[in-house]
Every structure is written in C-alpha cells, then in structure tokens.
Design a binder for this molecule. Structure first.
Ligand code: 9MR
Length: 745
C-alpha cells in the first residue's frame, strides 16, 4: 500500500487532467498550486516494514497485511504515555497540510490523539484531533495551517491513558503539504436573529433580520403549534457596522405573555425558538456562579455536587503535580517560598493571576452588595449550609489565595503582591489540573496586583464582617498594608514579555487601580486619608466609560460604580452619580446605532479579546444607572443589550454554554475538553465564551477567520484560545448581568 509514493505524483496527474476543461492561465495556476503538494510522511503505507515509525517501549509495532498495530497496556495516565509516530517531518509556517490516516481500536470506543507537533522539547502541538475509534479501519482526514516552521516535526498517535488494555491499528498515514486552504463558512442558520434564551414579559423584545430588502417586510410571531400570535412590519436599518450586514429590526415588545417555544418569521426565514419569561435568568444567575467551583484549585471536585465534573484536587503537591504548597520564585526574584494553594484557575489554563482574580472577586462581591437576591442563591458547594451566603463562600476561596500572594513582613517588597503563579512552560490540551507536571513559579510583585488586593480585601472587610469578624479584620489589615506598599512602589509594572507558561496580564497604567483601592478603602473605613486620595485621583473626574468600561486592566469604573451605589459621604457625590448615568447614556446611544443592539463600539470595529464580557460589563454600567435613577430606559437598555449575548447576533449563536438552541460549547479548556477527548465534559452550563476578537491571535482562528469583520471573528473550537476561552472574570460579568435581569424581571 504505497500511498506515499502515489501521492508524490498526484499533483502532476491532477494538473494534467484538468487542462482540457480550464483556460491555460487557470491550468497554469492550478498546476503551480498542485505541484507543490508534497507528502511528508515516509512509508505511511507500512510496506513490508514499519521503518521509520517508532513506538513507545513495551509496545512494539507489528505488521499484519500492511497495517501497523500496537498493544496498548492498561493503567497509564496520559495520552502520550503510549505512542506511535514518525519524526523528522518538515513543516513550513503558513502552509496548509492535509493530515490523513486509517485507524481502528479493539475493543471499540478508545480515543487516539492524532497530532502534528514538535518532536523535541517542549513538544508543542500544532494540530490535533481525537477520534473515537471503532473496530473497523476508518479513514480520517483533516486540513490545518502550520503555525511554525521546523525540520523537527512529528506525526504521532497518542493512545495511552486507558485503564484497560486495547489494540491500536493504523495505516496510510499521510501529511501532504501545499494543499489549498479550507474555506470556512460558519453555519449561521436562519437569517432571523433572536435572543434564543428568553425575553422578559414586560421588557423590550427586539430581533434582527439579515436581508437586502430596502422596504419594510412583514413578520409573524408564532407559538409552538404554529399559531400566529402577532404580526407587524420590520424596520429597515441599513448596514450594521459591527457585522457588515444589511439588516432590518423587529420590535414585538407589545406582546407580553409568558410563553415557551415561540418563533419569529420574516423574509421567508424562521428564527430559532425562544421563550418569554424570567426562569432562565434565575437559573443562569446560579449556573454562572457555579462555574467557580469547578474552576477551583487545591480541592477535590465532588461528583455529588457537580455530576460529571468530578476530579482530584489540582496542585496540592501530589505527583505528577509539583504543587502550590511551597512555590519558589522565578530564579533571582526572591529566595522564599509561598503556600499559594487554592484559588480559582484563571481560565482554560492552570495559571492563577492576581489581577484577573481581583476583578473577578470584585464582580462577585459587587453582585452581593448591589443585587440582594444573590444572598439566597444556592451554589451547591462544599461550604453550602454554613450560614454564610454561598456567593461569599465562593469568593472567599479566591480571596484567601489573593492574600497568600502577599510578600510576608521582613522580606524585600513586604506588603506588595506577586503578580501571578503558573507553570514554567505552556502545557498541551487536554490536561487535568492534577496531572500537570510543570514546575510552578511565583513571578515578581507588581503595583497592579498589590492594588487589586488592597481593593478587594477592603471590599471583603466590609462585606464579611457580619459573618466572620476575624477574617474581615485580617482582610482590612492586608488591604491597608498593600495600599501603603503600592505607594512606596508605584511603578512596578508586570512586563508584556512575561508570557511563557502563562498569560502576561501586563498593565502599565495603574492610576485606575490606585483610584479603585482608595475608593474601596474609603467605603469600608470612611477615613480621611483614603477620601483625600479618591478626591485627588485624576481618575475621579476622568471619563472612565470608554469602549471598554471594565476589565482586569481597566478598574476605574469599579470604583465609580461602588462610590455611586454604596452609601457614603464623599464630597461631590452627586457628580459621581451623574458620571455613571452619563456613561450609561453613552452606551445607550451606541446601542441605538447598532442593528443588533450591541452597547459596544470599539474603535475601527476592532473587537477586543473577551468581547462578550466587555459587552456584559458595559451593560453593568447601564444597570448601575438604573439602580441610581429607577429609569426604565436603562433597564430596557440592559435587556436589549443582553439579547446579543444569547443569539441576536451575526453568528446566530448564544455565547453561554447550554443556553439557547445553539450555544458555545467548545471553549478552550484543559479539562472541559470534550472536543478533544470525548471522555471529558464540555464546559458546564452557564459558561461565557470570550467571543469575537478581531486580532485572532491563535492558529485556529487565523486559519479559519482571516479577514473577518467584527462580530464574525469567533469560532467555537477548543483550539481558538483567542476567541473561545472561558475565564473567571468573564463569568463574573455574566453573573452580575444575569442576576440583574433575574431581579428586574
Ligand atoms: O483576557 C486576557 C486579554 O485581555 C489579554 O489581551 C490576553 C493577552 O495578555 O490575555 C487574556 O487572558 C488570558 C491569560 O493571559 C491567560 N489565561 C487565559 C486568559 C484568557 O484568554
């Protein structure tokens, strides 16, 4: 079966065959494109010998009628513990490859992780797929674009990690370079776009129709039996800038009955189904918070609390983990170790970053403080039933970690806080937390991290006091110490270059963090020195409600919202409140300019990393304005804005797992990695995907989305870490927003 020899001449044959039916110049172009198709795998047909393929010790390759097989022992841990592959593969960055093979497994149901990657440390994976094998040889074929050039490439099948032994067979292994790129067409379904989850009974109800029609079109609202409940005419909108699409809008707000299974029909297309009612948001406010438990580090995740998500405790000093119990600094940074077990994993990686933890804790504590229903939400966590609201128990899991990152008294930089702790090198996917073998390292202190601790520990001091006065006191002491330390070290910036093995979270503008910390310390203590710092901060009078109101690097709005909403006696408080309503009015104006009602308009339509959370946080500002004024236009703005997240968008997708008929479910994660390994779960219901990101930094997005316009820069693929990750700060925004919607409904 000498497929590799055959494929070396395929290009030429194909070019000759097409000459008769194409113009000479097309034929030349095709011949050029196709002549470049080159097989990279040697002896992929296993003709008479398995050379130059290799396999793991203890699993020699046997050939049966030209098919290569290995016996896979049971009881190994990782996929790569048992492998078969070939090295010295040439890869060229930017070139497209077709990776194909025939494979089987006996008994059926085992997974082979088929990869193209680097054959030497750090063994980067460039492309991977994990088909579930049956007993008959089946052909698999995939196309991808190489992100790196190397002569040390590898094609391999990783088949370890099974408790039971099985037999893996493979044939016709092929990696052909120079193939035409795959053209990616997202499946956007019907052109009528709705909030696929639910509209509120008394709230606004808007939809968007993608159409070139220039005059109003009739629309119909139907129930699940097809009965028409309401009719009307669309409003032509013109071109929606965020998507580049010509659209009309539909307003069916006057329909006010609570009902399930509705659809909207217009221009010959019928929307995905949706409901009217609040139940879904009661559920979502709970689910959005429940994610934090399965993100916890340092504790076993119990199956009785999260069926399907159980896993051993991660990073508690049990091999192969190197553990977070006594983590040293990066070489030359410090000579002590810290016990930094616990906290939440940031996202799809195993890193723990103080600035992102800080804004996430603020989100939960602010939800607790401003949305009273959150006190009763039951999260089914180990602490449930301890007479402390679950949301505070969950936030404390992270707060304790944040406090543990503070430099102890007596050391250099005492009171400052380490920016982050994570692996020394990036790991591949999937990888459950307790299986991460990388050394863990503390990175240098930063002013931003220190002020995050000052702000959130100060906030904690006032909110936990009724439940645990000793903790409140400890938090306040840490907050004060951190604030003073930051004043002594006001320009310790985390550098952009520190992004190996974890994200950089670099931020060289910390005036907003100083403002936020001073504000929280003032709100908790009422002390003059903090009040003076708030009033003296340039951020206090600046317009902080730009395209991105709030994220881990932009925290002034957190201060402004809390100063406006938490009772206090700050001089000039009226102006603080007005600044929030003015900010909200700006977002409402932006919303009106969009055919999809999005309250987010980044400069030049360049959508940010984590745009879903930016949209959600801009809505939090509008919700704060409603809390301050009671005005319906703010409540309506929040509700119209959230429709975008649940399906009223260019891709017709709900960015929240399990909510809406079509939702994101393959967010980039090392443990909710069902797309790569079907024995693992998808992210839990209520997980917000990062969403469109115009900069498409990852190879999957680059291969599929080049040239995308705004809203289209998203793909629900686990490999797209730039458009489709999940994070603790993004879910904090979703949690706040859904809690508000549930309460307003
Ligand atoms: O959300 C972060 C985004 O704003 C940054 O631009 C990006 C690059 O620094 O990093 C994002 O955060 C990632 C972090 O660095 C590592 N954990 C996963 C985070 C989400 O993708």
């Amino acid at each position: 079966m000498s497929r590799w020899e055959r494929s070396r001449i395929i290009g030429l044959t194909a070019a000759l065959l097409t000459v008769g039916i194409t113009t000479p110049s097309q034929a030349q172009a095709q011949a050029q494109a196709q002549a470049d198709e080159v097989e990279q795998v040697v002896n992929g047909g296993f003709d008479g010998t398995a050379d130059p393929f290799w396999s793991s010790a203890g699993s020699p390759i046997t050939l049966t009628e030209g098919v290569a097989c290995i016996d896979v022992p049971g009881g190994t841990t990782n996929r790569w513990d048992v492998s078969l592959g070939q090295n010295d593969i040439d890869l060229v960055a930017g070139e497209n490859y077709r990776f194909a093979f025939d494979a089987s497994g006996d008994p059926a149901g085992h997974v082979a992780r088929a990869i193209t990657g680097l054959a030497a440390a750090p063994y980067d994976t460039y492309f991977e797929q994990s088909p579930v094998l049956g007993t008959a040889l089946t052909h698999y074929e995939y196309t991808f674009t190489a992100s790196t050039s190397t002569a040390q490439g590898q094609v391999a099948f990783q088949v370890g990690g099974s408790p039971d032994p099985w037999r893996f067979c493979v044939d016709n292994v092929s990696l052909v370079g120079g193939v035409p790129p795959e053209v990616y067409e997202p499946d956007t379904g019907p052109r009528v776009r709705v909030n696929q989850v639910a509209y509120l009974k008394s709230g606004p109800k808007n939809a968007t129709v993608v159409t070139d029609a220039t005059t109003p079109l009739p629309w119909e609202l139907r129930d699940a039996t097809g009965k028409v409940l309401k009719k009307g005419k669309t409003t032509p909108f013109g071109v929606d800038q965020s998507s580049g699409q010509a659209v009309h809008t539909i307003d069916f707000s006057s329909y006010r009955r609570e009902i399930r299974g509705l659809t909207l029909t217009a221009d010959g297309e019928t929307s995905r189904p949706f409901d009217i009612g609040t139940d879904a948001y009661e559920q979502l406010r709970t689910d959005a918070l429940k994610l934090y438990y399965t993100q916890r580090s340092g504790i076993e995740i119990r199956d009785d609390l999260r069926p399907g998500y159980a896993r051993p405790a991660g990073h508690v000093d049990v091999a192969p983990n190197q553990g977070d119990g006594a983590v040293p600094c990066q070489p030359g940074v410090c000579d002590y170790t810290l016990d930094v077990r616990g906290g939440w994993y940031d996202a799809g990686d195993h890193g723990k970053y103080v600035v992102n933890g800080g804004i996430s804790v603020w989100g939960l504590l602010s939800e607790y403080e401003h949305l009273r229903g959150s006190r009763k939400v039951a999260l089914t966590i180990p602490e449930s039933g301890n007479r402390v609201p679950d949301i505070l128990d969950e936030a404390r899991w992270e707060l304790e970690f944040l406090l543990s990152m503070q430099v102890p008294a007596g050391e250099a930089y005492a009171g400052m806080v380490h920016h982050k702790i994570h692996d020394a090198a990036w790991t591949g996917l999937p990888l459950l937390p307790h299986l991460d073998p990388q050394p863990r390292e503390l990175h240098p202190v930063s002013t931003a991290a220190t002020l995050n601790v000052a702000a959130t520990a100060a906030q904690a001091a006032r909110l936990y006091k009724p439940f645990d006065a000793a903790f409140a006191k400890r938090a306040l002491t840490a907050a004060r110490t951190a604030y003073e330390a930051a004043k002594i070290n006001p320009i310790s910036y985390a550098p952009e270059s520190d992004g190996i093995g974890g994200g950089a979270y670099n931020d060289a503008k910390v005036g907003d963090e100083f403002y936020w910390a001073a504000a929280e310390l003032y709100l908790t203590t009422g002390e003059r020195k903090y009040r003076d710092d708030v009033l003296a901060s340039p951020e206090h009078t600046a317009d902080v409600f730009g395209p991105v109101a709030l994220d881990w690097a932009a925290t002034a709005a957190a201060a402004r919202i809390d100063l406006a909403l938490v009772p206090n006696r700050l001089p000039g408080l009226a102006a603080v409140k007005t600044s929030v309503t003015r900010g909200a009015d700006k977002y409402l104006a932006i919303q009106r300019q969009h055919g999809y009602g999005v309250a987010y308009a980044p400069a030049n339509n360049v959508w940010d990393w984590g745009s879903s959370s930016v949209v959600a946080n801009n809505l939090v500002v509008i919700a704060a304005a409603e809390k301050l004024t009671g005005k319906d236009r703010y409540r309506d703005g929040v509700l119209i804005g959230m429709d975008y997240l649940f399906g009223r968008n260019a891709l017709n997708i709900s960015y929240v797992t399990g909510y809406g008929e079509v939702s994101s479910q393959n967010q980039h994660s090392r443990w909710y990695a069902a797309q790569l390994d079907p024995s693992l779960p998808h992210p839990p219901a209520g997980t917000l995907a990062g969403g469109p990101n115009s900069s498409i930094q990852d190879p999957v997005a680059q291969a599929k989305l080049a040239g995308c316009v705004g809203q289209f820069c998203y793909i629900d693929d686990i490999g797209s870490w730039a458009t489709n990750e999940l994070t603790i700060n993004w879910n904090a925004a979703l949690s706040w927003l859904s809690a508000y919607v549930a309460e307003t409904g």
